[in-house]
Design a protein around this ligand. Structure first.
Ligand code: F6P
Length: 381
């Protein structure tokens, strides 16, 4: 494919939204316009928007011409807001005032259709017909797998950008959105502490994070939660839960007035449980505290599933800065004729592009264990 100076770069957000995605979009668009003089196409609703546009183009012979006209005519907010297009040529105004805003102005989606090779082929053909020089995909594990497949199946330059509150991408020290989600959890824990202290209660709070406990452990360390339970600690049996309840009761005996327990959503139970972990743990704790002869039979346990609250809110400066650094590196890779397809990553405090399938940073697992130990020693009472 021959590229002209006008060949655009396309950008999309995919999967669960993460704080920092808007700061990232702003940085991609502004660097494109101000530093590189290259237009940027924003894709609405992630891969789903691309699939939609590809189907539109396939519908009749003139559809591609009409799509190009639409993109050229409705620049910025005209395409984004007024015409609700799937592909929008972004301008300065369309990314103005969005830096810290939660969510993503382009919208995001999980697109099951994209698992099919024939659907990805349609999308590749569309991008080629539009003369797109590169596609930048921000999202989590599944979205970056989609990006890798596109890279393997086309000649397009494809750059992924880790954006997920789960912090489960082990080739980077941080993903976009984690810092803000931890901040939000600290805020939430602070609120739960007020009521827990007033009623001398145990609060069991379930955090997101899929199979990873990183979000929970970072939030525990930053908020001073008394206990954190992560999937990495192994499945919770009846005996293990009794042991945890004993720990809390012991602390109460030594004068602790309340307890905040964070449990990551990925924690498994033995035997398997269908309910949310926070509720399973509440029942186990409650029946232990009310056993015959217990020292605090009135000790109450309240569960809360914190849910999607963790994905929203104003992004922290840390996420906005990481977004700008990821965007700058993504652009460098797009423009370097010898650059590779891959994913931006924060490694040893440096941002670089690593190849798709890059091995985990060994320090990540070590760091998680160290955080658990540190939290343990800080929260013991
Ligand atoms: O990957 C981000 C995440 O928020 C996970 O922590 C959570 O398990 C999942 O997405 C929730 O997905 P959905 O928004 O589709 O319910």
């Amino acid at each position: 494919m021959s590229l002209s100076p006008e060949s655009p770069v396309a950008v999309l957000c995919s999967g669960g939204d993460a704080p920092g995605m808007n700061a990232f979009l702003r940085a991609i668009v502004r660097l494109g316009l101000n530093r590189h003089q290259i237009p940027v196409y924003g894709i609405r609703d992630g891969y789903r928007g691309l699939v939609r546009a590809a189907r539109q183009v396939n519908s009749d012979a003139d559809a591609l011409y009409r799509l190009k006209q639409e993109i050229e005519r409705n620049i910025g907010n005209r395409g984004l807001i007024d015409a609700q297009q799937s592909i929008i040529q972004m301008d300065h105004a369309s990314v103005s005032g969005i830096m810290g805003k939660g969510g993503t102005i382009l919208g995001s989606a999980r697109c099951l259709d994209f698992h099919k090779p024939e659907v990805r082929r349609e999308v590749i053909t569309l991008l080629e017909k539009l003369g797109v020089r590169a596609l930048i995909v921000s999202g989590g594990d599944g979205s970056l797998t989609g990006a890798r497949l596109l890279a393997e199946e086309s000649d397009l330059r494809i750059i992924g950008v880790p954006a997920t509150i789960d912090n489960d991408l082990q080739f980077t020290e941080m993903s976009l959105g984690v810092d803000t989600a931890v901040h939000t959890l600290v805020w939430a824990v602070d609120h739960f502490i007020d009521t827990a202290r007033s009623h001398r209660r145990v609060m069991v709070l379930e955090t997101m994070g899929r199979e990873s406990g990183d979000l929970a452990r970072m939030a525990a360390l930053a908020s001073g939660a008394e206990m954190v339970i992560t999937p990495e600690g192994g499945a919770l049996s009846e005996a293990k839960m009794r042991g945890l309840a004993e720990q809390i009761e012991g602390a109460m005996t030594r004068g602790r007035g309340h307890a905040i327990v964070l449990i990551a959503e990925g924690v498994k139970f033995e035997p398997e449980q269908k309910r949310n972990g926070a509720y399973v743990l509440r029942d186990a704790f409650q029946s232990y505290f009310q056993r015959e002869g217990a020292p605090f039979p009135d000790l109450e346990v309240r569960p809360s599933v914190l849910g999607h609250l963790q994905r929203g809110g104003h992004s922290t400066p840390g996420d906005c800065i990481l977004a700008a650094r990821f965007a700058e590196e993504a652009w460098k890779s797009v423009l370097n004729p010898n650059g590779i397809n891959g994913i931006t990553a924060l490694r040893y405090n440096k941002v670089e592009v690593v190849p798709f399938g890059c091995p985990d940073l060994p320090e990540r697992a070590i760091h998680s264990c160290a955080m658990d130990l540190l939290h343990n020693d800080l929260s013991n009472w």
